[in-house]
Write a protein that binds this ligand. Sequence first.
Ligand code: NAX
Length: 328
Amino acid sequence: PRTPVTVTVTGAAGQIGYALLFRVASGQLLGPDTPVRLRLLEITPALSAAEGTAMELDDCAFPLLAGIDITDDPATAFDGTNVALLVGARPRTKGMERGDLLEANGGIFKPQGRAINDHAADDVKVLVVGNPANTNALIARAAAPDVPAERFTAMTRLDHNRALTQLARKTGASVSDIRRLTIWGNHSATQYPDIFHAEVAGKNAAEAVGDETWLAEEFIPTVAKRGAAIIEARGASSAASAANAAVDHVHTWVHGTPEGDWTSMAVVSDGSYGVPEGLISSFPVTTANGSWQIVQGLEINEFSRPRIDASVQELIDEREAVSGLGLI
Ligand code: NAX
């Protein structure tokens, strides 16, 4: 049998953690041949809840689950970790300013980045889910100078999947008929879901839709505000769909994108498409052999350019704010 891969999940007792852990343990993250050792990181008051989840994981008798450790210590949580899923974060509470939010999360992601730097396996791959995800990833990455920058990513796959379904509905196609959709920028309300390079059953998606008003007034806001719509309907934020997107993100990173297609991942910019170097921004990305590459050479039209720029500007502002706070 293969050596188990160590997967660390932070915020393991939260609602995304509850939806995510069972899928990781069942083999959906890394495939049916890869045993998994789980490490659950929680804050001290939530350790008991994490233990309850671990009991349920035991009770699933997953053949691929090689063990579970639960801890409130980042050094222990990331010791030898191969895949780090950083889900736990400090939510924005009433009356909290953006600066307070960034600072509170800096207090989580900076020490976690340092612990990854000092203790994780050489091949560690990091996915940040906890919001503000792109900037939390930037903070963790800055605290881990010995880990290659390309191992720190943030999640826009949920936005990507939301956009796939909206486009499929509009065109009467199936989601599996759609390729080359892109989420650009920040995982926030400024994100830009781009269908100009996408194809629906081999036809250009923007031409298939043929309706820029729908794009500007329905598609983009529906995708960008979907998180708020879920909260409104469900009384709680997206959890199972977020966990599903995290599984998709890592699975694609490890196993590769299909020929002729790409995915959306927030990754460190090399300056492509005018996104300042070093920002962690969502791009069209292909993956192969466990690494990713930003798709090059796409023409950005007049509709897309200001929308990409606006979201990137928000990331620049967030970077300035956390830099001012001494977090990077
Ligand atoms: P919950 O509040 O249910 O769970 C968060 C958990 O994190 C709690 O159990 C808490 O104790 C734990 N935690 C807090 N600080 C920690 C620390 N320093 N170390 C370890 N654990 C810690 O939130 P949940 O609904 O699970 O959402 C988690 C995060 O995902 C939030 O920041 C949320 O905004 C974000 N999301 C990101 C999405 C994305 O697409 N990137 C979509 C879904 C989700 O909104």
